[in-house]
Design a protein around this ligand. Structure first.
Ligand code: SF4
Ligand code: FES
Length: 253
């Protein structure tokens, strides 16, 4: 595949309270083997060479693990590749002459800080409200010391794949965090180590989610379709069952 010439329309915003706008850029001689973030690196090098401020965007691992990259590419959180983060998106997915739009996550609970960077501190508050195990589980036990049925272990591992990127919120018309919270609740409710705090966890996390400005889930499944770890909306159903159980069982159960 030959190198490409592309046009970019990138959201530029000076700060949290400044007005933003889409700004056009030209990207020439783009290798199809580049990642999308490498494309932005190259555009930034040319901006810096011209004395212009570079495009500010988040990234860390660049291999789909950390959940830092958070770009809406052509209207889709993480771009056109299903089951992939935007740092794993390659330019071979685009054609010579394409115009590509690049925007930040859009959600009231994720305010834009600058250009393509949003504040995802609301997710940290959600985890702090209950997304952990605080009982002393001791040192690592032998593999078979606590028998866990294979289907439960696999379902917990599937939920634990969530990297906290926030694409589910960005894709949802209600900006709901239900897939993220559902993944955390499901992961811990399925394992015996999570059972002592099972009731208080789901009550606190759902209450905190509502208080942080995330919307309600209306079963659109947009979240599942953009999730880079392909977390199933079955996690949301499990969160709802856990919530009902907690309301009925009461504290301490
Ligand atoms: S559920 Fe998926 S989309 Fe949502 S934060 Fe976790 S990994 Fe990202
Ligand atoms: S930069 Fe870590 S998941 Fe994309």
């Amino acid at each position: 595949m030959a190198n490409m010439n592309l046009k970019l329309l990138v959201w530029r915003q000076g700060g949290s309270f400044g007005a933003g706008r889409m700004v056009p850029y030209e990207a020439g001689d783009v290798s199809p083997d580049m990642s999308f973030l490498e494309l932005l690196d190259v555009v930034n090098e040319s901006l810096i060479a011209k004395g212009e401020p570079p495009i500010v965007f988040d990234s860390d691992c660049r291999e789909g693990i950390c959940g830092m990259c958070s770009l809406v590419v052509n209207g889709v959180p993480h771009g056109p590749d299903r089951g992939s983060t935007v740092c794993q998106l390659h330019m071979r997915k685009f054609k010579d002459g394409d115009t590509i739009t690049v925007e930040p996550w859009r959600a009231a609970a994720f305010p834009v800080q600058r250009d393509l960077v949003v504040d995802r501190g609301a997710f940290d508050q959600l985890i702090a409200s209950g997304g952990y195990v605080s009982v002393n589980t001791g040192s690592a036990p032998d593999g078979n010391a606590i028998p866990i049925a294979k289907d439960l272990a696999e379902a917990a591992m599937d939920a634990a794949a969530c990297i906290g990127c926030g694409a589910c919120v960005a894709a949802c018309k209600n900006a709901s965090a239900s897939l993220f919270v559902g993944a955390k609740v499901a992961q811990l409710a399925l394992l015996p180590q999570g059972h002592p705090e099972r009731t208080s966890r789901v009550l606190a996390m759902v209450r905190t989610m509502d208080g942080l400005g995330f919307g309600n889930c209306s079963n659109e499944a947009e979240c599942e379709s953009v999730c880079p770890k392909e977390i199933s909306i079955a996690s949301i159903a499990r969160m709802r069952r856990e919530y009902l159980r907690a309301l009925i069982a009461g504290p301490g159960r």
